[in-house]
Design a protein around this ligand. Structure first.
Ligand code: RET
Ligand code: FE2
Length: 546
């Protein structure tokens, strides 16, 4: 398993042409841009956890039936400091590191204690976010890094805190039809309060501010005070519908006191996270029109959710689909020490990732009988049971067991929808197949091949798509068989059958998340490549010029 997880991957700076078998639909023109950990050791030092690895961006440019591949390490401050020191000097999720080993413990203690919230890493390894015309590599700290989506060059380091008071922010923002970004972050102990902050970054800036960075126009949309000042919930994503926002305040929590003393204790950030199985999961529903949470206290059993799949409204109810766990063991499994030869044994999940549908009534009749089910929909068996004191206990409907890394046709985000595209994971966290799950008929289609580990399957709609599944699925596949090249898999999203694959003679990394940039989205004003790069690159690897 070391081939997949532990080994450092070489970057592929020069675009390489893939060997295509099958036929890539001619309408598919654009770049799949993805992010994930690629470097796990620096000099003699080694990260402990797979989520610590240095961000390696890669892209597949698809044009006229050809595919070109390139990859480049994000030149984050973290990357640069590590490479310069030839050892890990910046702390990550599962690894504590110290920049200056010469300083004695007292001066270290002093400098770290002077900040309750330490300065976090800018190793943005999780996802890519589009903000206006700009693209950013993202993680879950207060830093994001602007990148050039064509050359994969690293540009400015952006500190969210310059625009909105958040110490952490998700790597899974939402976008509305106009491309405005809606994201959430946690503001820790600011003016005596810890809050979950929803913020909006406009896609376009006002006419009189033309040319300024959209981030400068970030506004706080609304905020929810955390139930606890010193132990806010950890969350990896959230849900939106046409009129509401869904946020799960789950009993998987950050311990701020532990975080503020982590450096002097030599403890990593991961150890400051804990699942409190005795607590409830609180479901916050914010009305986007009033920007206020609904007054009813909705809750469910303790659970851990990383990925929201989709949410929508139906007949006065809000339905949301999430992948749930019974505990936080997923994060435990990605310690590199476990991802070795004995991986099959070491890496058994203690709870299987399960797609569940929750239903919440958008208005609650105060006179409804205690114990009555407030959900009258025929489309779901999810329940919302009225309790006393304006509390409602939600019982989900189980949809599918054994899936992760969900994607949908994003045109259906916030709306009634039918298909979930995801990686199939059973008792091991490693995907072996990708699947299309139909939430209506509860049936699924699968694609898998021996030795193939698929990445998150991303849906790209055809131009003028009619049906929700009119489009293709893109997934970067790495192989555990050294004889077999990694490839970009292109499936027909309707039949889930292979249309084409583009094999690339590189050592590809297993990535996390990314996005597809149709050629029509490129900002024609920006030069795609330098002249020198254009001269060097094969024709089909060059983005169109204005
Ligand atoms: C560095 C750092 C963090 C990093 C978290 C990361 C890197 C999480 C990655 C999660 C993934 C990849 C989940 C996939 O489902 C925290 C805990 C937010 C807080 C403190 C500093
Ligand atoms: Fe994620």
């Amino acid at each position: 398993m070391d081939i997949i997880f532990g080994r450092n991957k070489k970057e592929q700076l020069e675009p390489v042409r893939a060997k295509v078998t099958g036929r890539i639909p001619p309408w598919l023109q654009g770049t799949l841009l993805r992010n994930g950990p690629g470097m796990h050791t620096v000099g003699e030092t080694r990260y402990n956890h797979w989520f610590d690895g240095l961000a390696l961006l890669h892209s597949f440019t698809i044009r006229d039936g050809e595919v070109c591949y390139r990859s480049k390490y994000l030149r984050s401050d973290t990357y640069k400091a590590n490479i310069e020191a030839n050892r890990i000097v910046v702390s990550e999720f599962g690894t504590m590191a110290y920049p200056d080993p010469c300083k004695n413990i007292f001066s270290k203690a002093f400098s770290y204690l002077s900040h309750t919230i330490p300065d976090f890493t800018d190793n943005c390894l999780i996802n890519i976010m589009k903000c206006g015309e700009d693209f950013y590599a993202t993680t879950e700290t207060n830093y994001i890094r602007k990148i050039n989506p064509q050359t994969l060059e690293t540009l400015e380091k952006v500190d969210y805190r310059n625009y909105v008071t958040v110490n952490l922010a998700t790597a899974h923002p939402h976008y509305d039809a106009a491309g405005n970004v809606l994201n959430m972050g946690t503001s820790i102990m600011d003016k005596g309060k810890t809050r979950y902050v929803v913020f909006r970054i406009p896609a376009a800036v006002p006419e009189d501010k033309k040319g300024t960075n959209p981030l400068k126009h970030t506004e706080v949309f609304c905020s929810i005070t955390s139930r606890s000042l010193l132990s806010p919930s950890y969350y990896h994503s959230f849900g939106v519908t046409e009129n509401h926002i869904v946020f799960l305040e789950q009993p998987f929590k950050l311990d701020i006191l532990k975080m503020s003393t982590a450096y002097i204790r030599g403890a990593n950030w991961a150890s400051c996270l804990a699942f409190h199985k005795e607590d409830k999961t609180y479901i916050h529903v914010i009305d986007q029109r009033t920007r206020k949470p609904l007054p009813t206290k909705f809750y469910t059993d303790p659970m851990v959710v990383f990925h929201h799949v989709n949410a929508y409204e139906e007949d006065g109810c809000l339905l949301f689909d999430v992948i749930t766990y019974e505990d936080s063991s997923l994060y435990e499994l990605f310690y590199l020490a476990n991802l070795n030869q004995d991986f099959e044994e070491n890496c058994r999940l203690t709870s299987i990732p399960t797609l569940r549908r929750f239903a919440v009534p958008l208005s609650v009749d105060k006179n409804a009988e205690v114990g009555s089910n407030l959900i009258k929909l025929t489309s779901t068996t999810a329940k919302a049971l009225k309790e006393k004191d304006d509390q409602v206990y939600c019982q989900p409907e189980l949809l599918y067991e054994g899936l992760e890394l969900p994607r949908i046709n994003y045109a259906r985000n916030g709306k009634r929808y039918r298909y979930v595209f995801a990686a199939e994971v059973q008792w091991s966290p490693i995907p072996t197949k990708i699947l299309k799950y139909d939430v209506l008929t509860k049936s699924s289609l699968k694609w898998g091949q021996e030795h193939c580990w698929p990445a998150e399957p991303l849906f790209v709609p055809t131009l003028g798509a009619q049906d929700e599944d009119d489009g293709i699925i893109l997934s970067a596949i790495v192989s555990t068989d050294p004889q077999k090249l990694p490839f970009l898999l292109i499936l027909d999203a309707k039949s889930f059958t292979e249309l084409a694959r583009a094999s690339i003679d590189v050592e590809m990394h297993l990535d996390l998340h990314g996005l597809f940039i149709p050629d029509t989205d490129w900002d024609a004003r920006k030069p795609a490549l330098s002249q020198e790069e254009r001269d060097r690159a094969p024709d089909s690897c060059v983005a169109p010029q204005a």
